[in-house]
Design a binder for this molecule. Structure first.
Ligand SMILES: [Zn+2]
Length: 344
């Protein structure tokens, strides 16, 4: 048991290390593999890069009012995603969080093709892999793993990377939907900007949003203050790995706790099996009232995207909706879909 724990911890540390190293190598890789900076005329390229950076800063400033010239450095080849444009609106990330993305490159695209589309776990793994490679997440100047991103922002960021990787017409996901009123077949493009941000319509949990601590802080009559966090990719991964391991070794784990745990963890990076065992003991001691209260609160958290996209019928103007989906399978996202055009 304790061996398992140590193994797990070591594996996690190892992953952190690799992740840290990736940040470094990527930074240098990127500048050398960016076609525009390949030339020998360094001063010209440097000038060009600086100009691009300035343009970028101006654009971000125009779009978001954020001034990047002060402390956020946008690396060449990367684009800043303003946190206010994310489905989470960036409200659960620390101040000074900066999320930058770059286009996916050869080996990442190659790895993508190994996705088993019939296995949702494998699909999700490939989503996370491409995010880990193409996202530079920083708090101020400190790099943090890309899996500190919220699950709620995952698809949005993935689509942003896809849009940066391909030209406008090179690869797009188009949903074809029949109008429910007049039967016209409409085409709706699936892109980051078309995702609808979920809202807490009853405004129940939002009143407990704690902007200082970037979480929900819910004061209760009988159980003190309850803190809830929309899950990060890293937290979900930890819980998933934990459950898988327990299932495979036919060991006990609490299904009830596993449903709530992702919302109770502030930082997955120092989470160990021991913490889960402690949490489980704690959880067993909770009375029914507390468990159902927390379930209810978790249900109220609506951070993320809506399951449907909205569009207006081009023929009759009817307001229609269609589920977010990948009509040609998720793998098509990073494959050039109109390859047939190339064949003679
Ligand atoms: Zn219509």
């Amino acid at each position: 048991m304790s061996l398992d724990e140590n193994d797990k911890k070591r594996a996690l540390e190892e992953r952190e290390k690799t992740e840290g190293a990736q940040f470094d190598t990527e930074e240098t890789n990127d500048e050398s593999s960016e076609p525009k900076s390949l030339g020998k005329a360094e001063t010209h390229d440097q000038k060009e890069n600086r100009r691009k950076l300035e343009d970028h800063k101006d654009r971000v400033k125009q779009e978001t009012g954020a001034d990047l010239s002060s402390d956020i450095h946008v690396s060449i080849g990367y684009t800043e995603i303003p946190s206010s444009s994310l489905p989470s609106l960036g409200r659960f990330y620390p101040n000074k969080a900066s999320i930058q993305i770059r286009a996916a490159k050869g080996q990442e695209l190659e790895h993508w093709t190994t996705m088993n589309e019939d296995n949702p776990i494998d699909v999700d793994k490939h989503f996370k892999d491409i995010i880990a490679s193409c996202v530079k997440f920083k708090i101020g100047s400190r790099p943090v793993p890309a899996r500190n991103l919220l699950e709620a922002d995952k698809l949005f960021v993935l689509l942003k990377i896809q849009e940066k990787t391909f030209d406008e017409d090179e690869n797009k996901v188009v949903l074809s939907v029949e109008c429910s009123k007049c039967g016209t077949k409409n085409k709706k493009k699936l892109e980051a900007s078309s995702l609808e941000i979920a809202e807490d319509e009853d405004n129940k949990i939002e009143t407990y949003y704690d902007s200082e601590n970037k979480r929900y802080s819910v004061k209760t009559k009988s159980f003190g203050e309850v803190h809830l966090y929309p899950p990060t990719i890293g937290t979900m991964e930890f819980v998933y790995d934990y459950v898988t391991e327990k299932m495979q070794s036919k060991q006990y784990y609490s299904k009830g706790l596993m449903q709530l745990l992702p919302y109770l963890v502030e930082d997955y990076s120092d989470l160990t099996e021991k913490d889960i065992i402690l949490a489980d003991t704690d959880f067993k001691g909770w009375d029914k009232k507390k468990i159902s209260l927390i379930y209810r609160l978790v249900e109220m958290i609506k951070v993320g995207i809506k399951p449907n996209l909205k569009f207006n019928c081009t023929n009759c103007g009817s307001k229609e909706e269609t589920p977010v989906r990948f009509p040609d399978g998720p793998k098509a996202l990073f494959l050039i879909s109109d390859i047939e055009d190339e064949l003679l």
